[in-house]
Design a protein around this ligand. Structure first.
Ligand SMILES: [Zn+2]
Length: 564
């Protein structure tokens, strides 16, 4: 029955697909078509097989709303909501009703958005999909109303919500009534958040104007299709206003991701898997094991007699395993979420979500990178303010969905430079300290290499701090310390000995709760063994903290730092 309704949509689409004046036409059936991106003549069957991606250039065709739903929904699971709404013409705009009738006739849609419920790999979720064929998917009253009803229903029935945004912006013919849909839809999303349900926004080509400036950018997770045009003002308007040529990739999905507004640019073929994963990681009430397995200690460690300076060198060694070496082993399904939602995605800090023994967790780590090129990209592990703001954003997200947070600390320090000051390095670190000390979810921090100053402390504000046997944690580098106190950086070895920065020092000072032993100084060979030990210990930590209320966690953390 439902399949038949899809079929009908297809037939309609086939008849009318090319009537749209959009530069990237939908794909009619059984014929050769020209790709709007590369100009190649391709067979429509191949395009359809390839999920409406050009087989020649990889360019994305736009997708009809029902087709998009069909691509995601478990067979026969789609139930449409509020398909037909009474026509309104709020400012009595001449010719608007005729224009609506014409759009309806041409597309077979009642509005520019289709809403309903699907099962996605077995997970019930609400879905709303915009369709660019209908008046460029502009948001008028009925569009806003349908979306708001869908959000309210998702909140009421406790379902996650996935929205595929695509829009030219507000619908001019409805004047201010159109504009107020921006507030209405944004406000409704608060209800969804209160109901503890995740909102995943998928930005597709093009998402502009009032839709970008409202619900589309409010996703708990924001995904985008490759090269989708996303922005507030149109590129032509901007270019005319400033009288300059715009950069080539301006306002593309990748540009937004670099600037911190998109968590991930996801290829169409991966969307279903990723949406399903995100829905699963945002479910509450995970099952914890009754009695976690506590692993044996790795064979006897032997760092005790080593001079502190030698440990400093070990902690900085270029082949010492970094955050991703542990993350990849401990959280094999880790999905990176990028960006601070304000300025940029700082690659010196990596963050994301994963399922750890079936428990959803948020993972954040400072990352130095492997080869020189990568190290430069990651600023040698020295985060910018936007890195710390990303960490706070991910913490807030974790709190909203009750996920514990696990941090890996490895940084020479927060970046010291003009741009870092311009963007408020001090303020960003301070915000991190306040946010993590008040975190409503369990937080664990593991020092895996260099723990340099405030840049490390920002991510070492947790219920427990663990330190690897050959990691260090210091107020300043021993070189910096020596140059300040002795006016001679060369006396760094001597300084290191006095600063009490090694794992055993940290344990006796009460700065750390646990030492993660390294049978031999951590390297590519033994990182697996060390990660295995961490795995059992982390699971034990999560089990110990699972019953703690937010108030208990916050008070415990307060007392932990209050005693210093
Ligand atoms: Zn092409």
């Amino acid at each position: 029955m439902l399949k038949y309704s899809f079929r009908k949509t297809y037939l309609r689409a086939e008849v009318t697909g090319l009537a749209d004046s959009s530069p990237k036409p939908e794909v009619p059936d059984g014929m050769w078509i020209k790709c709007g991106k590369c100009g190649a003549i391709v067979y429509s069957g191949d395009v359809r097989q390839n999920l409406y991606v050009c087989p020649k250039c990889g360019g994305y065709f736009r997708i009809h709303a029902y087709r998009r739903i069909h691509m995601l929904a478990d067979r026969g699971s789609f139930r449409e909501w509020n398909r037909v709404m009474p026509v309104i013409n709020p400012i009595a705009f001449p010719g608007y009703e005729e224009k609506l009738s014409e759009a309806k006739e041409r597309t077979g849609l009642d509005e520019a958005i289709v809403t309903g419920q699907i099962s996605l790999q077995g997970n019930a979720c609400a879905i709303a999909v915009c369709d660019a064929r209908f008046m460029m998917s502009s948001m008028g009253h009925n569009f806003g109303e349908k979306l708001t009803l869908a959000i309210e229903k998702a909140a009421e029935d406790k379902m996650p919500l996935v929205v595929f945004a695509c829009s030219g912006g507000a619908r001019m013919q409805e004047g201010l009534v159109s504009l107020t849909q921006m507030t209405k839809t944004s406000a409704a999303l608060r209800k969804l958040r209160e109901a503890g349900q995740v909102f995943i926004s998928v930005l597709t080509d093009p998402t502009m104007g009032g839709v970008t400036a409202s619900f589309a950018m409010l996703g708990d997770v924001i995904l985008a299709e490759p090269r989708a045009l996303i922005g507030f003002a149109g590129p032509r308007v901007i270019a005319q206003t400033i009288g300059e040529r715009l950069p080539k990739e301006f306002q593309r999905a990748e540009f937004l991701s670099e600037h911190g507004f998109v968590d991930a640019v996801v290829e169409r073929k991966d969307l279903k898997e990723i949406l399903s994963f995100l829905i699963r990681t945002h479910k509450s009430n995970p099952v914890y094991p009754e009695k976690p397995y506590i692993p044996e200690l790795p064979k006897k460690a032997r760092s005790a007699d080593r001079p502190a300076w030698d440990t400093v060198l070990l902690s900085r060694k270029s082949d010492r395993p970094g955050a991703m070496d542990y993350i990849n082993r401990l959280f094999p399904d880790f999905m990176e979420l990028r960006g601070d939602r304000h300025y940029a995605d700082d690659e010196a800090i990596v963050g994301g979500i994963a399922l750890f023994h079936g428990i959803p967790v948020t993972v954040i780590g400072e990352r130095k990178g492997g080869n020189l090129k990568e190290r430069k990209r990651r600023n040698f592990g020295m985060p910018m303010p936007e890195g710390y703001r990303k960490a706070v954003r991910l913490l807030r997200q974790a709190e909203a969905f009750k996920r514990p947070v696990i941090c890996f600390v490895d940084t020479p320090g927060a970046y010291c430079g003009v741009e870092a000051e311009e963007r408020g390095q001090g303020a960003a670190i301070a915000e991190c300290l306040r946010a993590f000390s008040g975190a409503e979810v369990p937080a664990l921090s593991i020092l895996i290499g260099e723990g340099g100053s405030g840049g490390a402390l920002a991510l070492a504000t947790a219920d427990e701090v663990w330190v690897m046997e050959n990691a260090i944690y210091s107020i300043l580098s021993p070189e910096g310390f020596a140059s300040i106190l002795y006016k001679d950086a060369g006396r760094c070895k001597e300084a290191a000995g006095l600063m009490r920065i090694t794992a055993s020092d940290l344990l006796s000072l009460g700065v750390a709760e646990r030492i993660i032993p390294e049978p031999d100084p951590a390297d590519a060979k033994n990182v697996g063994e060390i990660a295995e030990y961490m795995d059992g210990r982390i699971l034990d930590f999560l089990c110990r903290k699972k019953e703690c209320s937010p108030a208990e966690l916050i008070e415990g953390r307060y007392q932990r730092f209050r005693r210093f």
